[in-house]
Design a protein around this ligand. Sequence first.
Ligand code: SF4
Length: 109
Amino acid sequence: MNLPAPDEEIDHTVACSACDAVCCRLTVVVMPSDDVPRHLVDRGELGLEVMAQNEEGWCLAIDPLRLDCTIYARRPAICREFAMGSRACRAEREDYRAAMARAIPLRVV
Ligand code: SF4
């Protein structure tokens, strides 16, 4: 996850309630100071501890039906700092939308 620069413009029209929690598909590095349940932690390619992901690439801590974080009070610092409506948030949502558009062919009858 990329954190927003302090002077970055936030789009306040963006809302998590209208999103498939696509930021929870990004690699989340777990810092030593984080208090994440250990069964949700994996070892990343570079040897860093990261949030484990399911087969579809979503963080294992997400509730797949409600798209809520099941460890919200204990989520890693990087998740707390990821700003809704930030450039990184908007870019991730756009990439996801584009991928979905490619995956689901529309047919006009
Ligand atoms: S810990 Fe929670 S907020 Fe962070 S990526 Fe996983 S589900 Fe999302």
